[in-house]
Design a protein around this ligand. Structure first.
Ligand SMILES: Cc1cc2nc3c(=O)[nH]c(=O)nc-3n(C[C@H](O)[C@H](O)[C@H](O)COP(=O)(O)OP(=O)(O)OC[C@H]3O[C@@H](n4cnc5c(N)ncnc54)[C@H](O)[C@@H]3O)c2cc1C
Length: 331
């Protein structure tokens, strides 16, 4: 499949990129590593008049601590840098672990953290060629008014497929968003809209510039990912558990994020509350896993039976809690 025609511009600075995005507001898309966007363009899922290539841009390619001890990762930091960063390995190992589960090394060499968080949601009725899609009416994500995955469905439930998003959410991360006019910082939990057709709050003209992980981000975090092929696959369900202990073996400050079963990763506060101040035994684990199961509502829009994905949420939750607890006790 050939790429459609578009203007391709490569700004050298963030200011230049913001001005271009402002000038071509609504008509421009940014290209970082291109590992996802190029496929979407080839499939005519997007038809921008202008693509702004960030590859030559300076100023957003760093992983560094600021004076307050928070970790700042520029949007153009490659996934390979994240998986091999000594600071991340030492202080946020779950982020390195999740990054290693994204695609394969050649993709991670060019893919960026900004692209991973801004990744479009996926659905088997959407991620197809234009020819394949022409056999049926446009779905909600394509601007139509029907959902092929859920008969009579009125909402788009295309799935968030970012492996980094749930981990960063559990670590309490936020993102810095810039435009020609302003700059704002948004907690990652508020970055995702929960709408399959418009998965994040980025407005036309805005650029995700930086990811900020607070220094108090909990460290005993574990990511469990369900996928068909261990070698390379998007997540079909994902669970992140991060927790500490109170020194006497009881869980403290748990955060649990459910992902890849709907349009946005979501913290499940009810499950977190069950763990707070408790010693974790099999009964408690079963209760927490049951809450996660009840909150997961995958539909038939990815290449695996949704009922199986839902049941696996329970299994993955138990695995992640056990592992996080062991790590927390060892720390
Ligand atoms: C075979 C294959 C397997 C994959 N497996 C996985 C997987 O297992 N897990 C996973 O998480 N991903 C997977 N991916 C998706 C993708 O490779 C990664 O998510 C990657 O991190 C995307 O980053 P990128 O820089 O290539 O983004 P791009 O493709 O350049 O962009 C992706 C989207 O983000 C937008 N964007 C990029 N940067 C910015 C920015 N700074 N500000 C605003 N918008 C921006 C683009 O406009 C586009 O909409 C896979 C891709 C392929 C081809």
């Amino acid at each position: 499949m050939q790429l459609p025609r578009f203007d391709f511009i490569q700004p050298a600075t963030i200011d230049e990129a913001c001005s271009l995005l402002d000038e071509r507001k609504g008509d421009a898309t940014v290209l970082a590593g291109g590992t996802d966007l190029l496929i979407e363009l080839r499939r005519r899922l997007r038809k921008p008049g202008c693509v702004i290539g960030l590859k030559e841009m300076r100023g957003l390619d760093y992983i560094q601590k600021d004076d307050g001890g928070d970790l700042r990762i520029g949007a153009l930091a490659r996934l390979q840098w994240i998986e091999s960063s000594p600071i991340i390995a030492e202080e946020y190992p779950a982020l390195a672990q999740a990054t290693r589960l994204v695609a394969v090394p050649p993709i991670r060499r060019v893919a960026t953290i900004g692209g991973n968080l801004s990744l479009d949601t996926r659905c088997i009725y959407y991620n197809q060629s234009e020819f394949w899609r022409s056999a049926q009416a446009d779905c909600i994500k394509l601007g139509g008014d029907i959902c092929h995955a859920v008969p009579k469905g009125r909402r788009c439930l295309a799935v968030c497929q970012s492996d980094l998003a749930p981990v960063l959410m559990a670590l309490g991360a936020s993102v810095k968003i810039v435009s020609a006019e302003a700059e704002r910082t948004v907690a990652l939990a508020d970055f995702f809209t929960g709408k399959g057709e418009k998965p994040n709050v980025l407005a036309p003209g805005e650029l995700l510039a930086e990811v900020i992980i607070p220094s108090d981000g909990q460290r005993a975090a574990v990511y469990e990912k369900l996928r068909i092929r261990e070698g390379m696959d998007f997540p079909l369900a994902g669970i992140v558990v991060s927790l500490g202990t109170d020194g006497q073996g009881a869980a403290a400050g748990a955060r649990i994020v459910l992902s890849a079963v709907g349009p946005a990763p979501t913290r499940i506060v009810e499950a977190e509350g069950l763990l707070e101040g408790k010693r974790i035994d099999d009964d408690l684990l079963e209760q927490v896993a049951q809450v996660m199961f009840e909150r997961a509502h995958p539909v038939a829009n990815l290449a695996m039976d949704p009922w199986y994905r839902r049941k696996m949420v329970k299994v993955l939750t138990k695995r992640a809690v056990r592992q996080a607890l062991e790590t927390a006790k060892a720390n």
